[in-house]
Design a binder for this molecule. Structure first.
Ligand code: MG
Length: 226
């Protein structure tokens, strides 16, 4: 069984910054903080981003994480409506095509918390395609998230799971790095805003401009020797 792990932001969808916008509103609502520090978000876990946002204000992560996530999740649906994101080119077509194959299982690997991932996927009508996943709820380390995704696939697929036939599909060097950490091959996409040169330097097995290149995707991912 081929096992494919898709990243969400910049890979399946673009949200127009809805996640950060909801996080900023939650910071305002809970702590009265209006000006956020500049924090890198691409390819990172929600947990790592929250740690970086809390640190300059000496807000304790363990003490405040539950209330913060509750506020963030409550604000996210309206933020998604307002920010006018979209499903990226070729995504529905590829996922439908993968559904027709009984030798492919599809899951998620994302820095999003599991709940924010579910909110985003259902907002864009993508929630029914994925059977398992690894999420950024509890860990700042993206490689740990990939390890959770692999574990989740194994638990879902049982003896059908083959660690020699894993692919991660993502849009940042971090996705490529986390794929390698679990022994997975990787497709890198230019849809998330990373320069192709930056992605190429991280040495993916395949680099595509978008998932609209369905034919190249299928040929390379399933055609390569295992
Ligand atoms: Mg991404």
């Amino acid at each position: 069984m081929w096992t494919l792990f898709f990243d969400i932001d910049g890979t399946l969808i673009k949200t127009g910054g809805a996640g950060m916008s909801a996080i900023a509103m939650a910071m305002m609502e809970l702590f009265g903080i209006e000006e956020l520090p500049n924090v890198r978000v691409q390819g990172r876990t929600d947990y790592a981003i929250i740690e970086d946002l809390f640190r300059p204000f000496s807000i304790d992560v363990d003490e405040n994480i539950y209330e913060f996530k509750r506020a963030y999740w409550a604000l996210l649906p309206a933020s998604l409506d307002e920010c006018g994101g979209a499903v990226l080119p070729g995504v529905f077509e590829l996922l439908e095509l993968l559904l027709t194959r009984n030798d492919v299982a599809v899951g998620i690997v994302t820095g999003n918390t599991s709940r924010s991932a579910a909110i985003k996927l259902s907002h864009f009508g993508l929630d029914s395609y994925f059977r398992f996943g690894g999420y950024g709820d509890h860990d700042a380390d993206r490689n740990k998230v990939a390890s959770l995704a692999k574990q989740s696939a194994f638990e879902c697929l049982g003896e059908q799971f083959n660690p020699e036939k894993m692919w991660v599909i993502g849009d940042t060097p971090n996705d490529i790095c986390c794929a390698r950490s679990i022994g997975s091959k990787v497709v890198a996409l230019e849809t998330g805003g990373c320069e192709s040169e930056e992605l190429r330097e991280a040495n993916p097995d395949l680099l595509l401009s978008s998932l609209a290149e369905n034919e190249a995707f299928v040929k390379h991912v399933f055609g390569s020797p295992t």
